[in-house]
Design a protein around this ligand. Structure first.
Ligand SMILES: NC(=O)C1=CN([C@@H]2O[C@H](COP(=O)(O)OP(=O)(O)OC[C@H]3O[C@@H](n4cnc5c(N)ncnc54)[C@H](O)[C@@H]3O)[C@@H](O)[C@H]2O)C=CC1
Ligand SMILES: NCC(=O)COP(=O)(O)O
Length: 353
């Protein structure tokens, strides 16, 4: 069987089209699996015309498989390169919807999404916190997670980070974090570590919520009230698992940072890290691996990955966007599609960036 990935352009006025064309110029990447770009051919042609002949190779859209999503004239007129607005939000939403519909028909086994601006979606009337939630809703998935995977170019050690909560205001974090939510996220994480990453007895670290994990209640009581009891209960439920924590959130990232640069620290680092809220997890991930981390949605009935960066409107059209995170997203999606669909196939370490 031939496996196929859909690659959406994301916001057409951001760097999505540029990083897609740069990534697809990499032959090694495109040899592994068939890929179809989902977006507007007119945008791809404009991007190619701007970038071709520059310092970095770019794929020619005429030589790619493209699922064209032509834009209505009224939308096209409102597009402004480097700006996310109602029209660009309309377009990026349409691209993702098309990719989902074709995936559900069985045309694709996975989707790699270009970055979108949530504010542009909102301006276009689409009220979703992000692409993850649309993918979950469209596929009828109630329990899903946002996982970031980055492989160190220095040591090959992998930083795997699950966000227990995602796109919500900081004020809401303590209200939304419950032991039921953590049960669901932990179960999803264990499942993906075992089935997709081959980690049968994973060691997982979980961050505290408060500074110094509450300092025995002096700086906050969530740890004493429910987080420590939840960790103790989870250790009994999953005896094959090592669950460390709650670890003071500032120091939790010291060992991963050491393992990122020096393989002699790999054994003291954990297989995966659970951050309780968006920035607690993504500041260290982006500090270490902004150029190569991949956001993957777990729990969906198909594979979904995305680069970790956003639309970068500030550099759109300048030809200087790095495509390494998009390449890593395509590579990880390829690996996950094969792992889901081809029993027993595994990839060598050097397959991944
Ligand atoms: N997967 C997705 O769809 C994501 C979307 N976003 C959205 O992106 C928009 C902009 O978010 P920001 O916080 O500004 O983050 P951003 O990642 O777009 O940009 C942050 C900084 O990094 C630079 N940068 C980003 N990607 C780069 C690349 N590939 N090569 C070179 N430089 C790069 C930008 O120029 C900017 O200076 C927001 O609307 C946000 O919601 C943010 C993260 C992920
Ligand atoms: N910070 C991660 C992010 O914004 C990705 O969101 P999503 O569009 O993948 O849901």
């Amino acid at each position: 069987m031939t496996y196929r990935l859909a690659i959406t352009l994301g916001d057409p006025m951001g760097i999505g089209p540029e990083v897609v064309l740069k990534a697809l110029a990499d032959r090694q990447l495109t040899d592994e699996i068939e890929m179809t770009v989902v977006g507007s051919l007119s945008i791809l042609r404009d991007t190619y015309a701007r970038l071709a002949g520059g310092s970095e190779p770019v794929a020619n859209p005429e030589e790619l498989s493209v699922l064209d999503c032509p834009l209505p004239e009224e939308i096209e007129r409102q597009l402004v390169l480097g700006t996310g607005n109602r029209a660009s939000g309309w377009a990026s939403f349409a691209y993702l919807q098309a990719a989902i519909a074709h995936t559900q028909e069985g045309k694709f086994q996975g989707i790699v999404t270009g970055p979108i601006a949530k504010s542009a979606w909102k301006a276009a009337g689409y009220d979703y916190p992000g692409q993850t939630e649309l993918l979950a809703e469209a596929s009828g998935t109630e329990q899903f997670g946002m996982l970031f995977v980055g492989r160190s170019p220095h040591t090959q050690w992998q930083l795997i980070t699950l966000l227990a909560t995602t796109h919500i205001s900081l004020r809401k974090v303590p209200k939304i974090l419950t032991t039921t939510l953590l049960d669901q996220k932990l179960q999803l994480l264990i499942n993906v570590l075992q089935t997709r990453f081959g980690l049968d007895r994973p060691r997982i670290a979980i961050a505290g919520l408060n500074p110094h994990s509450g300092e025995e209640g002096q700086l906050g009581t969530e740890e004493i009230d429910w987080l420590i009891p939840w960790i103790e209960r989870s250790r009994k439920i999953y005896p094959n698992l090592t669950l460390d924590g709650p670890i003071p959130p500032d120091t939790m990232w010291v060992k991963p940072a050491q393992a990122w640069y020096d393989s002699s620290f790999a054994d003291s680092a954990c297989d995966a890290y659970i951050a309780l809220y968006h920035d607690q997890g993504l500041i260290p991930v982006k500090m270490l691996a902004f150029d190569r981390a991949v956001n993957t949605s777990i729990g969906l009935p198909f594979v979904r990955t995305s680069p970790d960066h956003g639309t970068a409107f500030d550099i759109a059209g300048r030809g200087i966007a790095q495509s390494t995170s998009m390449k890593a997203a395509i590579q990880l999606a390829t690996e996950l599609v094969y792992q889901r669909n081809v029993i027993g196939r595994s990839f060598s370490q050097d397959f991944l960036i």
